[in-house]
Write a protein that binds this ligand. Structure first.
Ligand code: 13P
Length: 280
């Protein structure tokens, strides 16, 4: 297990204290600032994650530099993570440009290939004190370029084998959640979350948007340490854009528009962060 790595530290601290960290997908300065404001209001650590597409658009150096500079504004702890990446070169670029962790998604390959490809990145990442998250099974839905219209739930035996052979620091097993908007009430495998969370490797839940509050709480109670939220941030961003366009003379005060957008993101993130912490 990596020592002195921000991603590992915030996840282990959350697990030891019976809560989960919200990991929010941000794609520009406003969404990052909105999520950090929410974490500060809740007095808690936070994970900001970037899609591979966001890294490609903004560049690892510029994006990593911007988020790492923002760490000074997040006194309770902030880890920068790369979400769903199937491109080893892009992951290496992030590893060398200040990301605390990367998620390698080779889950659509055979188990043997998933382990082999993930392990190669784990070896490189650990040399640079960067953590790695991996995935077993297939999560339904759309997460930017990652589209899956088939679901394959993870099984305990294969997930343990993957964890042990790849050496990942965090594991995202497909437990019945879906990326994007839910079309039907999901049936979640809480039992697998509970079993896996007894291990040192942190358990991550993908497809966080749209679960009901009871499901979030049960996942946390079963030991999940990280809950990913992307779609809800995109909707909050869209709401902020519409609101600012309706209420403000944007050319006159463009920074006010940014503030409205940040506030909308902050409100959505704050509700979830406090729910995952079990704050009353
Ligand atoms: P949602 O878009 O459903 O919130 O999923 C987020 C996610 O799992 C990112 O990896």
């Amino acid at each position: 297990m990596l020592k002195n790595n921000k991603f590992v530290d915030v996840l282990h601290n959350a697990h030891d204290n019976g809560y989960a960290i919200g990991a929010f997908n941000i794609f520009n300065e406003q969404t990052a600032r909105g999520v950090i404001a929410a974490a500060n209001k809740a007095k808690t650590a936070i994970i900001l994650q970037t899609s591979a597409g966001t890294v490609k658009r903004l560049g690892a150096k510029a994006l990593g530099g911007m988020i790492n500079a923002m760490k000074a504004d997040a006194p309770y702890g902030l880890a920068l993570h790369l979400d769903h990446c199937g491109d080893e070169e892009l992951a290496k670029d992030c590893i060398l440009n200040g990301w605390d962790a990367v998620m390698m998604d080779f889950s659509h390959f055979s188990m043997e290939e998933n382990i082999e490809k993930t392990k190669r990145v784990v070896d490189f990442a650990h040399e640079h004190n960067v953590a790695v998250e991996g995935e077993v099974g297939l999560v339904l839905g759309v997460e930017e370029d990652i589209v899956s219209d088939v679901e394959r739930l993870a099984e305990e035996g294969e997930t343990v084998e993957y964890i042990e052979k790849s050496g990942v620091d965090a594991i995202a097993p497909a437990v019945g959640t879906a990326h994007g908007v839910y079309k039907a009430e999901p049936k979640l495998n809480f039992d697998l979350v509970e079993k896996l969370s007894k291990r040192e490797t942190s358990v991550v839940i993908h497809g966080g948007t749209g679960l009901n509050d009871e499901a979030y709480r049960k996942l946390v109670d079963c030991g999940a340490s990280k809950i990913n939220i992307s779609t809800a941030i995109k909707y909050a961003y869209a709401e902020g854009v519409k609101k600012s366009a309706a209420e403000l003379d944007i050319p006159k005060s463009p920074m006010k528009a940014d503030e409205v957008i940040e506030k909308c993101v902050e409100e959505v993130a704050y509700r979830l962060i406090t729910l995952f912490r079990g704050d009353k």
